[in-house]
Design a binder for this molecule. Structure first.
Ligand SMILES: [Zn+2]
Ligand SMILES: [Zn+2]
Length: 266
């Protein structure tokens, strides 16, 4: 299957990205890989929502900052570039940290339930049952929240940032198929896609993917009728190099067909 999109690209507007990275850097590599639709998805916390903490992550990555690239994005004609964000879950408001008025301004919106290193109390980190509970609550709050209809995809569902593969396997193993199916059924019903977060910094082998906790979740999501969106999560162009072949390997492992891909990614 030909994967022709990558909707999860960061630029220097994300505080954690390479400060030299610009949206322009991805155009030629994308074209060379046969990718004709990309989505810029920088980290975002809406200035209209009380910051979770008083640090730059929650106060600086606002709409004014993300829109600095908008003029360039609208002027790019070589491939289609979508103006979006990777929003955050706000555990205080039990909702996405974004107003509807702000959500309307983006072409696409990704929201993860798994930025627990940022938004969850530290003491839950190694406590698998509480960490799992936090992820489940965040997930349902996100898909049922006030900007639900604007959400394009759940970014890297349950793939906890900063967790080792072993820890993630242990956590995911505590979630039953029925628990996953309940929330993935609802995700499909609401027309929210499931992001297949496939890094492009190095070549991923089929064996590696087959033995990862991610494949079980993705298979259940497919069974529930979820549509998929691919994203490299590249924070620099060098992290995009193997994206296309990795994404196609994942699509093959999941036996995806064209109609399994979210409309926006086609
Ligand atoms: Zn993320
Ligand atoms: Zn990201």
């Amino acid at each position: 299957m030909n994967i022709n999109h990558d909707f999860h690209i960061h630029t220097s507007l994300s505080l954690c990205a390479d400060p030299a990275t610009q949206a322009q850097d991805f155009i030629v590599p994308a074209m060379e890989a046969g990718i004709d639709r990309i989505g810029i998805s920088n980290h975002f916390w809406d200035g209209e929502v009380e910051p979770l903490r008083d640090d730059g992550y929650f106060t600086m990555q606002n709409f004014e900052r993300l829109s600095r690239e908008l003029e360039y994005i609208r002027s790019e004609k070589r491939i289609s570039v979508s103006f979006g964000c990777e929003g955050e879950y706000d555990p205080v408001g039990h909702d996405v940290a974004m107003t509807e008025a702000t959500a309307e301004k983006f072409d696409h919106i990704l929201v993860p339930n798994s930025h627990t290193h940022l938004v969850m109390p530290d003491e839950y980190w190694d406590d698998i049952p509480r960490h799992k509970e936090f992820l489940m609550t965040a997930y349902t709050d996100i898909i049922r929240g006030k900007v639900s209809k604007y959400i394009t995809a759940i970014a890297h569902p349950f793939e906890v940032v900063g967790y080792s593969r072993e820890k993630l396997s242990a956590l995911v193993a505590t979630v039953s198929d029925d628990e996953f199916k309940r929330i993935f059924d609802e995700t499909a019903e609401r027309g929210i896609a499931y992001e297949l977060n496939v890094g492009g910094g190095r070549k991923l082998t089929r064996e590696e993917y087959e033995s990862s906790p991610s494949i079980r979740m993705a298979r259940l999501a497919k069974e529930c009728g979820c549509r998929f969106l691919f994203g490299s999560d590249a924070h620099a162009a060098r992290e995009f190099v193997y994206f296309k072949e990795n994404a196609e390997m994942v699509a093959e492992a999941l036996e995806l067909k064209d109609n399994d891909i979210a409309e926006i990614g086609r």
